[in-house]
Design a protein around this ligand. Structure first.
Ligand code: BES
Ligand code: ZN
Length: 640
């Protein structure tokens, strides 16, 4: 069935059919994705991209090119309300534009002259929301959607003053990836549909608004009903990168084009932690070309932020759990910065291609860290990733299709960003670098970012790029790389590169001697860096005796560790071995931050132990109001 057939149906009849058609379209799309080679590429789409099964949009008919928001931020009602004005690129003959929405309350849709347009909100599909089909009267190139969000909007977390560091003002932040932007902006929410945006936000007096965009009014403009902030994002970005935060937010410059935002009481610590960001940007530019987004700022969020970091353009969002005090976790910033190339500049075409965002970024992250801190640090970070990857593959099973980079059709949008996507993706690139040579590989990657800047890329396209611009027909190199085995096969291919590190050899020796019975206090650990502690804990088996646990804690004070990664790795052992002295610390950790990567595994482990389910439920009853809706939903499921 071609979409042209549908374009001749009268608008009203079509609107009645909209949800049925959208459903059909998404079923068709699933079929297409399993046989991408048979798919006709629409004229307006970037090359070699499959249809996005996680969006209702039909960009080949009408495509959103710009979103102008005018929203009031209401902390009483937990609502954003106002208008989204969408500029459209309409294919001649197309009679409607289909947007993604999830839980939005739509009040009216008009053209730019205020004339009402017909529209229909289709039935909701689990996780995807509802298509919003808007009939396009002749020559309509701009539509105005008057709407409001719901308090449950999955992208938004509304914090009470008690949930912030300062305890005096409320806070709001958004998290769009993967498909949550549709819960606060009615637009075509697909990573392959790039849009510029602008925004005018009215917020309560005394609060500051920031966005993933250029600030036109850094201090805001006083208005009758609050303070108005204006923004513009002149580069076209995928909608998952639209981002907003509102709260008692202060700013400190770090370099000429970089700085940090945080609540006033967190600002000093944040500025100290991220002091090397300018060096990171310079290192990244030397590797893979100019930073193309103007400023690079970091926003440190309240502790319920569900991720370690989120690469919102111009403004990385970061968890406060990265503030170790000694800059030992700043590879997280290197990672989010690297997304300014891999992800934000060249974007995964669909969420099934997520490893192109996360895997390439994790590799780039290592290269930035190596450039700023030397090859020993680079090697340690890389080996830590491999340690985690091998544990993960072992748990999933060496033959499990889930350990392939290529994601099976029908997967959820988050399956594309699994640990495999990050760590196996990075290992794949590292192997290619090692096999082809650094100079040749870097030239390839740099030219790749230039060729596809502000476009999207899928797995097949990336492999074609490798063959055309890296391998260049050299049969010996092609044979050594084993590309298809890496991308479509399970497990870890044997040509994986493990960068050697003397420091880890020494850590291995100490772990060995501890496991052979030496007391922890006798181990030689002087001057160990955070990565060495992480590696050490990773080398210890899950099950340890209570004497071993006490020996470790007595010597190294893991229960009191201020470093969130080390503390987390220890708490996994605490649960596995029911180490009672650390139970209060476990409870404190779970009730004082809501980073999914930390809280999910701890609840899961408690639940699966033969004693921990009631403990998990008790702690969760207290912690749940702190957690972001997405994390709370996941923990709800774990504890059913
Ligand atoms: N883009 C991701 C965060 C993300 C992934 C959001 C999947 C929604 C769905 C971000 O760049 C990221 O990878 N964050 C990591 C930190 C990083 C150092 C590995 C995280 O949050 O832990
Ligand atoms: Zn990432």
């Amino acid at each position: 069935m071609s979409h042209h057939a549908r374009l001749h149906v009268r608008p009203l009849a079509r609107l009645a059919l909209a949800s049925a058609l959208a459903l059909l379209a998404s079923c068709m799309a699933t079929t297409v994705a399993t046989r991408p080679e048979t798919q006709a590429t629409p004229a307006t789409a970037a090359p070699r991209t499959a249809r996005d099964v996680h969006s209702f949009a039909r960009p080949e008919e009408a495509r959103v090119t710009h979103v102008a928001l005018d929203l009031k931020v209401d902390f009483e009602a937990h609502e954003l309300s106002g208008t989204a004005t969408l500029d459209l690129q309409v294919t001649p003959g197309a009679r409607e534009v289909v947007l993604d929405t999830d839980g939005l309350v739509v009040h009216a849709i008009t053209d730019s002259e205020g004339r009402p347009l017909q529209y229909a909100l289709g039935a909701a599909q689990p996780g995807l929301g509802s298509p919003l089909a808007v009939a396009l009267a002749a020559d309509v190139k701009r539509i105005v959607v008057r709407y409001e969000t719901r308090p449950e909007a999955g992208a938004l977390q509304w914090l009470t003053p008690a949930q912030t560091a300062g305890k005096r003002h409320p806070y709001l932040f958004s998290q769009g990836q993967a498909i949550l932007t549709r819960t606060w902006v009615p637009t075509q929410d697909s990573p392959g549909i790039r849009q510029t945006y602008s925004a005018r936000l009215t917020v309560p007096k005394g609060l500051r608004a920031v966005m993933s965009a250029e600030q036109l009014t850094p201090e805001g403009k006083p208005a009758a009903d609050g303070t108005v902030f204006e923004f513009r994002m002149p580069q076209a970005i995928p909608p998952y990168l639209f981002a907003i935060a509102v709260g008692d937010i202060a700013f400190r410059p770090l370099g000429a084009r970089s700085g940090v935002y945080a609540e006033p009481s967190v600002l000093d610590r944040a500025a100290h932690e991220f002091a090397e960001v300018e060096k990171m940007i310079e290192a990244a530019e030397r590797l893979y070309g100019p930073y193309r987004w103007g400023r690079y700022d970091i926003l440190v969020l309240p502790p319920s932020f569900p991720y370690g970091g989120m690469e919102n353009p111009r403004l990385t969002f970061a968890t406060p759990t990265v503030l170790a005090g000694d800059r030992s976790l700043v590879s997280l910033i290197a990672h989010e910065l690297a997304h300014s190339w891999s992800g934000n500049l060249v974007t995964n075409a669909t969420w099934a291609d997520g490893w192109l965002n996360e895997g390439v970024t994790s590799y780039f992250e290592l290269r930035i860290m190596e450039a700023v801190h030397g090859s020993e640090v680079g090697a340690m970070l890389s080996r830590l990733s491999l340690q985690e990857l091998e544990r993960n593959i072992h748990e999933a099973g060496e033959k499990s299709p889930r350990t392939a980079l290529h994601v099976q059709p029908g997967a959820s949008p988050d399956d594309g960003s699994s640990l495999v996507a990050y760590e196996k993706g990075a290992a794949f690139l590292q192997m290619m670098e090692e096999t082809a040579g650094r100079e040749r590989f870097d030239a390839f990657l740099r030219s790749y970012f230039d060729r596809y800047a502000f476009q999207s890329m899928d797995t097949r396209g990336f492999l074609a790029e490798i063959r055309e611009h890296l391998v260049k027909g050299e049969a010996a190199l092609e044979a050594k790389l084993r590309i298809d085995e890496w991308v479509y096969g399970p497990g870890l291919p044997s040509n994986v590169f493990r960068p050697p590190t003397d420091r880890f050899v020494k850590v291995e020796a100490q772990a060995q001697s501890f496991l052979k019975g030496a007391p922890a206090s006798s181990l030689v650990t002087k001057g160990w860096w955070t990565q060495e502690w992480q590696y050490f804990l990773g080398l210890l088996p899950k099950t340890l005796s209570s004497a071993q646990m006490a020996s470790l804690d007595g010597a190294f004070h893991f229960t009191q560790a201020g470093n969130s990664e080390v503390h987390f790795a220890w708490l996994e052992k605490v649960i596995a071995n029911r180490y009672e002295p650390a139970m209060p610390a476990l409870e404190t950790f779970l009730t004082s931050q809501g980073r999914g990567k930390f809280v999910r595994p701890l609840y899961k482990q408690l639940k699966e132990s033969d004693w921990g389910a009631p403990v998990a439920k008790r702690i969760y009853a207290q912690a749940r109001p702190l957690y972001h809706p997405v994390v709370a939903g996941q923990v709800d499921k774990i504890l059913q």
